[in-house]
Design a protein around this ligand. Structure first.
Ligand code: UGA
Length: 440
């Protein structure tokens, strides 16, 4: 199939590359010339394990090309897939400027009928509006398809190749047939539905995941208060197949370009339709407080942060990505600085020099440098390399051996034996300390 993917972000790049891997002829278009030049020079704008090799393989085989020229790129295509960003706007509604620019250009440039698949996360009603707009007084016919993406950053390729399901919202047999051919290599259930339901499924899925994280973080905070262990609790709860074991890891709250944005969008959607969405407002509030809880723990332990050196480990919103959008680090670091602390941070892949010009921290070249002489270490991202730290070396290099672990990297008793004051999430020795005999 001749496909044009518009948008070279992580969803567009991964989709284009895998379609090419499946033997399709793919052009990936982005209007950012610098980005396209970079990709063509072999430097991908996103850090995604396994992706550079695949891009390389397919560009060498001439199945995958990159361009900034949308008009020429769609000339001989059967399918255009839109995967541009829809970031949160100021009012919580997603900003659809990039999406509508593409839609208008497609309408202007197309010389023949075209299937247009929307992979970007868009508010309910967008595909209907796109179809209406494109087919109004147009010589060509545009068959619009909603096909939301469920891959996660950091595991994007594996997720794309083994999805739990595919969702296809369309209105014609032709569109359905095209999607059947395109996604033939995937062995998963496919839900064919209308545009609105397809768009809603994406929001409903992401907000459920956000809800699950705020739920488990709340339970974790209660565990700390009563001396229960969140690992055991999450295991016991997750084994109920109605609940499921995944997305029950407590931490510093969810971040990234999707869960925060989509939860905000569903709040905005509810408000504009006069539907009570306070449940989701609470999910966002719990998430914000969970980030600030790290700072509270620091204050509880150190009393005052003035003049204290705090080492922050991990800046990206989760491991295996260089993405810092809505990362907990970007709210925690300014707060520490506001309270008088000096932050030294380390992340294995985030471009720290550039980020440190916008946020109050000094970048360290490695994790040991960050922790040397620190009054406290704060773990915000569970990067693989942190699990293998030489903890003896860390403890003896720190000024005060306090480790506030927002990602539960280590076993508490082991850390205590090593001489750390170790504060994980959802685990405390409260019960032992506060043990009170029940009144009988
Ligand atoms: C999320 C969804 O998981 C994908 O299905 C969806 O396709 C994607 O958004 C999107 O809409 O494009 P992603 O943002 O890449 O994917 O990251 P997740 O792995 O979902 O993690 C989101 C946040 O939740 C991270 O900050 C992570 O640390 C946190 N998290 C995740 C937890 O705190 N606990 C968990 O148990 C799981």
């Amino acid at each position: 199939m001749k496909i044009c993917v518009v948008g070279a972000g992580y969803v567009g790049l991964v989709s284009a590359t895998i379609f090419a891997d499946w033997g399709h002829d793919v052009i990936c278009v982005d209007n950012d010339l610098q980005k396209v030049d970079q990709i063509q020079a072999g430097n991908l704008p996103v850090y995604e394990p396994g992706l550079p090799e695949r891009v390389d393989r397919n560009t060498q085989a001439n199945r995958l090309r990159f361009s900034t020229d949308l008009a020429n790129s769609i000339a001989d295509r059967e399918l255009v897939m839109i995967a541009v960003g829809t970031p949160a706007g100021d009012d919580g509604h997603p900003n659809l400027t990039a999406l509508w620019n593409v839609v208008k250009s497609l309408k202007g440039f197309a010389r023949k009928d075209l299937a247009v698949a929307v992979k970007s996360t868009v508010p309910v009603g967008t595909c209907a509006a796109i179809s209406q707009f494109m087919n109004h007084q147009s010589a060509a016919h545009f068959d619009v398809i909603s096909t939301p993406e469920f891959l996660r950053q950091g595991t994007a390729i594996a997720d794309f190749l083994s999805p739990d399901r595919m969702i296809v919202g369309c209105q014609s047999d032709n569109a359905k047939q095209l999607m059947k051919i395109l996604f033939e290599p995937l062995e998963c259930p496919v839900v064919y539905t209308d545009w609105q339901s397809s768009e809603m499924i994406k929001y409903a899925a992401n907000t459920f995941l956000a809800l699950k994280i705020s739920y488990i973080n709340t339970i974790a905070n209660l565990c700390e208060a009563v001396g229960a262990n969140i690992h055991q609790v999450a295991l016991g709860v997750g084994l109920d197949h109605r609940i499921g074991p995944s997305f029950l890891k407590p931490g510093v709250g969810f971040g990234g370009s999707c869960l925060p944005k989509d939860t905000q969008a569903i709040v905005a959607l509810g408000e504009s339709h006069d539907v009570n969405v306070s449940l989701f407002q609470e999910v966002l509030q719990v998430n914000h407080e969970q980030r600030m809880r790290i700072v509270r723990k620091l204050l509880e332990q150190l009393g005052d942060l003035t003049g204290k050196k705090i080492a922050v480990l991990g800046l990206s919103f989760k491991p295996n990505t260089n993405d810092v959008r809505e990362a907990p680090s970007l709210t925690v670091i300014p707060r520490i600085a506001q309270l008088g602390g000096t932050v030294v941070a380390y992340d294995p892949v985030v471009e720290m020099e550039t980020l440190s010009q916008r946020y109050p921290f000094a970048p360290a070249t490695n994790v040991y440098e960050a922790l040397a002489g620190a009054d406290a270490g704060v773990v915000l991202t569970e990067w693989e390399e942190f699990y293998g730290l030489d903890l003896e070396r860390v403890r003896s290099s720190m000024k005060y051996p306090l480790l506030i672990d927002g990602r539960n990297l280590f076993a508490p008793h082991f850390m205590q034996e090593l001489g750390f004051i170790y504060i994980p999430v959802g685990i405390s020795d409260k019960l032992q300390k506060d043990a009170v005999l029940p009144r009988i």
